[in-house]
Structures are given as structure tokens and as C-alpha cells.
Design a protein around this ligand. Structure first.
Ligand code: VTB
Length: 321
């Protein structure tokens, strides 16, 4: 994969963020998602690559944009698999909340887990705690492990958990152990990535969220030297059959290498609303300001990109050529 692809890919998440940010706080999650998806689709087609969507907005028969199997790019250049979440946090944008992102990951063909759209149990940490966590152990044991590896007390550890009824037992155990908790309403991709950036103040993520989001977070954490472990949680017989057909063992713990193989992968995200890691889009009259992160697993380079996008020269967000 060419390294110049990184900068091209940021253009994609920037466009998605700019388009969906118009909907901030307006109570319209579908409109926000559609805006992100169609902007992302438009910019992808200007990029020199032979891409195929492996994690996207749905199956081909549902015919959404960015469906699984859809071809992206100019058709010339590296053959890559693409995972997208044009708007990670549709509810967040609808309510003007925190940490909505436009997200994508690209890897050499065949390297990303084709995660079905179902729940995945997850545990994620930054570089210091790599190799110390285990999704099969209790919340308390994992808390102690992360505390030890960061030279802290358990009381100093901040755990992020999606605020869901299904996580009541996790939250109860965290409280019992004395950890500090950040309950988030949506957006566990940001929740997982934040564990790898010290200044976010977050140490570990627990709980179940979308499996596709788990793969996206895995690519980011691979670039950052962090770790996520996952386990698929099919809720129905149909979902179980689906896993069987895909050859995914639902009892198996999915480790980094299962989620994203090898080390040639790129991750890009642009903030749609403000978060611990990225600022959200701001409209300044003549230009839109974006804040993105783009990183590559092979080199471990992490770049934060501040963008200024002329709303006069590029009113449709895409400039061809
Ligand atoms: C999480 C979160 C997403 O879905 O994966 C969550 O990161 C899981 O689903 O932003 P539930 O909402 O059913 O708990 C989102 O909230 C939306 O994709």
C-alpha cells in the first residue's frame, strides 16, 4: 500500500464530517448519516485505488451507498479492502453530543475481519497495558492489570462503558472495585481509541458494541500499539447461523491478529462533534474547519491534521482534479 494513500483518505473522512456536521443537534440522525455517506462515497471515487468495501453500510440487496462488496476508487492503484463508518454516532450528531466521528480503515486485500453487523463484547487498552488484559477474566482483574501496568491505583483508573442496561453488571463491578467511570451514550470507536492517548484520561474500555466498530477500533489500536480483544455476541439463531456460514467461531476470543491481520493498514477519522481526541467541525463563514487523525500501522506514524475547507471554492465538498 502506498503511504500517500493516507493523505487521500483523510480527505474522505473530512468530507463526511463536514457534510454530517451540518445536522448537529437538529434531531435528524438519518439525514446526518446520509450526508456523511454520500460525501464519503463521492470523495472515494477520486482516489487512485482498487477498493472493495468489506465493512460498510449494509448488504448489496439493501442497496445502500457503500454496501459490502461495492467497488471504490478510480480502479487504478493498490488493491485494498475498505471498512467505513461514515458517521460513527448518528444519535450523537442528532443531539449535538460528544465524540461523533467519520471513520474509515483500509488494509491490503483479505486482512480485515469481515465482521457481521452484530454485537461484539470488547475490552481495549493503550500501549502500556498490551498483553496484560484478558476478556475472559473479570472486570476487576482487568482493572488491576491496567492499574499495575500504568503505575496507578485502581481508584485512578478511568473506564469507558457504553451506557446501556446490558452493561449494568459491568458498571456495578467497576463501582465496587472503586474505579472512575466514563459512561458514554454512543461512540465506542472513540472510546476504544481514546485509551491509547494519555491526554484523554481514559485507560480502558469495557462492554459490547457493534462488531464492525470493533474492527475499525482494532485498526486504530494496531497503529497506536494498543490492544482490543473481542468476542461476537449473536443474539438470534439467524445471527448464529450467519457466523457459522462466515466461518467465525462465536466462542473464540478475537485477538488483534484476528481482527486485522498483518501490519499494513491505515486508519483515518475526522471529528464531527467535539471529543477528547478530536475537535468537531466548525463553520467559520468562508471555510469549514476540521480536525482529523490519520495513522498507518506499518510505520506507526500518527498525524493530526487541521483542515480549512473553502466553502466558496468547494461548495459541494469535492474537488475533482
Ligand atoms: C456502539 C456505538 C455506536 O452502536 O457500537 C453501539 O459505538 C452499539 O449498539 O456508536 P447499541 O446502540 O444497540 O448499544 C452505536 O451506538 C451506533 O452504531
Amino acid at each position: 500500500m502506498e503511504r500517500s494513500l493516507s493523505m487521500e483518505l483523510v480527505r474522505v473522512t473530512e468530507a463526511a464530517a463536514l457534510a454530517s456536521a451540518r445536522w448537529m443537534g437538529r434531531g435528524c440522525k438519518e439525514e446526518a448519516d446520509d450526508a456523511a455517506t454520500s460525501a464519503m462515497r463521492d470523495v472515494f471515487d477520486t482516489i487512485p485505488m482498487k477498493g472493495t468495501v468489506v465493512i460498510g453500510e449494509g448488504e448489496m440487496d439493501e442497496a445502500p451507498m457503500l454496501y459490502i462488496g461495492e467497488k471504490l476508487g478510480t480502479g487504478y492503484g493498490p488493491r485494498v479492502d475498505v471498512a467505513v463508518d461514515p458517521l460513527e454516532g448518528t444519535n450523537i450528531v442528532a443531539s449535538g453530543g460528544w465524540n461523533a466521528l467519520a471513520v474509515l480503515a483500509v488494509a491490503d486485500h483479505g486482512q480485515l475481519l469481515h465482521a457481521p453487523d452484530m454485537y461484539m463484547d470488547k475490552i481495549a487498552v493503550g500501549p502500556e497495558a498490551v498483553g496484560k488484559i484478558d476478556i475472559n477474566r473479570s472486570v476487576t482483574e482487568n482493572l488491576k492489570a491496567v492499574a499495575r501496568s500504568k503505575n496507578k491505583d485502581v481508584e485512578d483508573v478511568v473506564a469507558t462503558v457504553l451506557n446501556r442496561k446490558r452493561h449494568e453488571h459491568i458498571i456495578a463491578e467497576l463501582r465496587e472495585a472503586g474505579a472512575r467511570i466514563k459512561l458514554i451514550e454512543d461512540g465506542d470507536v472513540a472510546g476504544a481509541i481514546n485509551t491509547a492517548f494519555d491526554h484523554t484520561g481514559v485507560d480502558i474500555l469495557f462492554g459490547s458494541g457493534g462488531a464492525p466498530e470493533g474492527v475499525l477500533a482494532a485498526v486504530a489500536l494496531k497503529c497506536l500499539g494498543g490492544e482490543i480483544q473481542g468476542r461476537l455476541l449473536p443474539q438470534t439463531e439467524e445471527e448464529r447461523t450467519r457466523c457459522g456460514k462466515m466461518g467465525v467461531d462465536v466462542t473464540k476470543v478475537l485477538l488483534m491478529e484476528d481482527l486485522v491481520r498483518g501490519d499494513d493498514a491505515i486508519f483515518a477519522a475526522t471529528g464531527v462533534t467535539d471529543g477528547e481526541l478530536l475537535k468537531g467541525v466548525q463553520f467559520k463563514g468562508t471555510y469549514g474547519a476540521t480536525h482529523s487523525v490519520v495513522m498507518r500501522a506499518k510505520s506507526g506514524t500518527v498525524r493530526f491534521v487541521d483542515g480549512r475547507h473553502s466553502l466558496q471554492k468547494k461548495p459541494n465538498l469535492v474537488m475533482r482534479g
